[in-house]
Ligand binder design. Sequence first.
Ligand code: ATP
Ligand code: MG
Length: 653
Amino acid sequence: MSEPKLYPIHNHLKGKTFFTAEKYQRFYNESIENPEAFWAKEACRLDWMQPFTKVKNTSYHKEDFHIRWYEDGTLNACYNCVDRHLKDKGDQVAIFWEGDNPEDSRTITYKELHQEISKFANVLRMHDVHKGDRVTIYLPMIPEAIIAILACARIGAIHSVVFAGFSAESLEGRIFDCDSHFLVTADEGVRGGKKIPLKKNVEEALQGKAAHILKKMIVVKRTGGDIPWQEKRDFWYHEEMDKVAIDCPLEEMGAEDPLFILYTSGSTGKPKGVLHTTGGYLVYAALTHQYVFDYHPGDIYWCTADIGWVTGHTYSIYGPLANGATIVLFEGVPQYPDASRFWKIVDKYKVTIFYTAPTVIRSLMREGTDFVQKTSRASLRILGSVGEPINPEAWEWYYDNVGNGRCPIMDTWWQTETGGILISALPGVTPLKPGSATFPLFGVKPALVNHKGQIIENNSEAEGNLVLLDSWPGQMRTVYGDQERFIKTYFTDFPGMYFSGDGARRDKEGNYWITGRVDDVINVSGHRLGTAEVESALDAHPKVVESAVVGFPHDIKGQGIYAFVTLHKKEPPSESLRKELIDLVRRKIGAIATPDRIQWASGLPKTRSGKIMRRILRKIAANELETLGDISTLADPLVVDDLVKNHKYTVSA
Ligand code: ATP
Ligand code: MG
């Protein structure tokens, strides 16, 4: 591997951030040596109803498996995100809402947010929704989504948010899986100028096995379009909101009472209903939001993630609101009306902290830099990335063009299961290496283990399966209704440890580099190669926008390397380019990583949260076209048809 570039700490940040390198080390050591004391202190950032006397009570061992944090404390998440800010920040903007259409916007103060949430919580209660009930939320990126989520938290109902881009089939499965009797949706959503028939999808979802489960729903009128309607089961949001009182008492929740269920994105198989509880999750969300983004009062914070995935939960809602932040909530897509949209929004609201995903960066990169350069972005201070390893090429584009070389990028590694960020740089602390998530956060004890579960030398260069040796407060507590699957998935391959399913490499300085999912590792003639490494090498070519690499059965090598490559819009594929790419990979990694096949792809199969579904690509590469598996969580199932067609051509060429 060629040596990565190192980006030192920006001078203008020195002395201005929460942490220095020295202070980080001191905090980190303390958090590992004495987690009880560390997490007791950090929990004071929340307001508790009954203070906890126990902090950590966890064991990963089979005989006595349990994960409990702050177990005898009580609190309310909505109170912590909203009510407690009213005294000082009632008139501060909580949400800048930006509609799909640039002319549409709304500003909601903490006081207004509090009123809306209280009313909607009363609507839920009026409809017989109580503590512990599961409420499915199938809403677009409109303020009512946050209102509905926090209203559930207020009364102790468990929300299960289903991304509004998901199909009826995905929705059906999720309603069924968590036995949800109540749903909140909208007539239609609007994204990129197009309408999304949400209510119609709900109706379709209720044709099958979810039909007898769901009893009632509330519908937000977003567009006023024509929709199917069933009296006594369906109620308009605005009509119900007129019927209720403005005050809504808070439910006192145990720290270990469930807060929400969220299904993983399904990149590797059937989505898991990840269950998070109240106290530990919220402590962890608030802490990581504050420290990783160096959040200070006055910052305008924008996380572009949809509320339908975990980043939207932890870093668009719970973390920032627990910290009393002003957030931006955007209904639309980065390319509409044109590819400048994100940067125009940054300028409009003077966003200081901006958090997005590599897939977004690459898609905007594809459109060229003009769209960025015609905006100012002078307000930006900190950038973030999450969802996949970010290839150095995209990292540098983000850093140079979006951040004008002024803003450090926090590449944050975490999972739905982890509740919050586990590995990330910290502003003012960590010199950056493009493509590395760098170091563990407080209380996080990562290790790399071999296939037998033996820890590979503790403090030096290593590569292996990424595990966590101890619990942290934001950790998921179970797979909803399936504790067995929970233990089997995360605690069985390597007993006594949490297994992330990801592979990673640690360099001399201790920086972590996620190499991709362990199931995706390719074994070429006995050499193990992470998909991320080969993809990064391909992506480094100026004509390449992104790529996905998978293994396929190879007579001699065991597995061969099959690369799907997407080129910049104006670049035609050619034989000479194919050769250039192969040379590039050989140069950057070595001959062992030489792709056996390169297939040009106009698009890659991605989940709705923008992750590449390599399991589908593996099937295509192996020519197993009849058994592609579950593609219901794909953003655009049509790309698969295209890939299948081109596969035939690639193989015969
Ligand atoms: P499923 O578990 O259903 O297959 P998923 O793993 O895609 O879905 P998420 O929990 O949304 O669902 O994604 C977490 C995964 O995303 C991580 O395990 C890792 O593979 C990848 N990931 C997230 N952030 C980063 C990052 N900064 N660098 C590298 N990989 C990342
Ligand atoms: Mg996963």
